[in-house]
Write a protein that binds this ligand. Structure first.
Ligand SMILES: O=C(O)CCC(=O)C(=O)O
Ligand SMILES: [Fe+2]
Length: 240
């Protein structure tokens, strides 16, 4: 393996995430961004139900462009550099799951702290390959927060859905930045007070990972199953 890929693999597995700036060129980011804006123009209906949004303190509108034949989004899947990095991190036999654009309108609360899938089965996890088509800045909000090294730290503690953690980092990915983030690593998205915020996630998984690995998401106040829209477990912080 080339030494830069080796380095990426080591950093990812040590911290649970890695940020690579200027990975995608601006022309491509602008092109994808225009397609995203065209999709969301006046159309903010979410397929996630309101009960979920309220309880999870998470307000995003997901869009799966490739499922609707918007093939231009394949360009990232077809990027040989990204494939090489993904193989370095996940090992041979990895596969891509889906591309999901996440749109947050002005005045929405982002995403509460979560793990994309339960950490108890440590070998079953998703890899978030996050692409940012515009800079994430304080004026807009929607900063990405995470707690380094928690990909091996077990379940997110029950508690305040948006509350602070010791050691948390706030990331400001820029246009063209690639963030790789382990699905078990604790992460959240800050509220959006500017016009809107978008990110695009090309999720991938190692060989032999069940297709529905991200069906159950772990929040600080519950575990939620998306396919049946049910709360699997209410979680309450232990009193001190
Ligand atoms: O939009 C982001 O920056 C992170 C979104 C997220 O939590 C995810 O894709 O799992
Ligand atoms: Fe997530």
């Amino acid at each position: 393996m080339q030494s830069n890929l080796q380095q990426i693999r080591e950093e990812f597995w040590s911290n649970g995430y890695i940020v690579i700036e200027n990975f995608f060129d601006f022309t491509l980011m602008d092109e994808l961004h225009e397609l995203i804006l065209a999709q969301f123009k006046g159309n903010h209906d979410s397929c996630l139900n309101d009960e979920f949004a309220t309880k999870a303190e998470t307000q995003i509108v997901p869009w799966f462009p490739q499922r609707e034949g918007v093939d231009r989004f394949n360009v990232i899947d077809d990027d040989a550099r990204l494939a090489a990095i993904t193989a370095a991190v996940l090992g041979e036999g990895w596969h891509s799951q889906y591309c999901m654009v996440m749109y947050s309108a002005q005045g929405t609360n982002g995403q509460a702290w979560h793990q994309d899938c339960p950490p108890e089965t440590k070998d079953d996890y998703n890899l978030n390959r996050l692409v940012y088509t515009r800079d994430i800045v304080d004026e807009i909000g929607g900063q990405l927060r995470l707690v380094p090294r928690t990909h091996t730290g077990g379940a997110l503690p029950a508690g305040d859905p948006h509350g602070d953690f010791e050691g948390q980092l706030t990331l400001y990915p820029k246009k063209g930045t690639l963030v790789l983030l382990h699905g078990h690593c604790w992460h959240s998205v800050q509220p959006v007070h500017g016009r809107y915020r978008v990110s695009t996630n090309y999720r991938a998984a190692p060989a032999n990972t069940p297709d529905d690995v991200t069906d159950v998401c772990v929040y600080r106040n519950m575990r939620y199953r998306f396919s049946t829209k049910t709360v699997l477990e209410e979680r309450v912080a232990a009193k001190l």
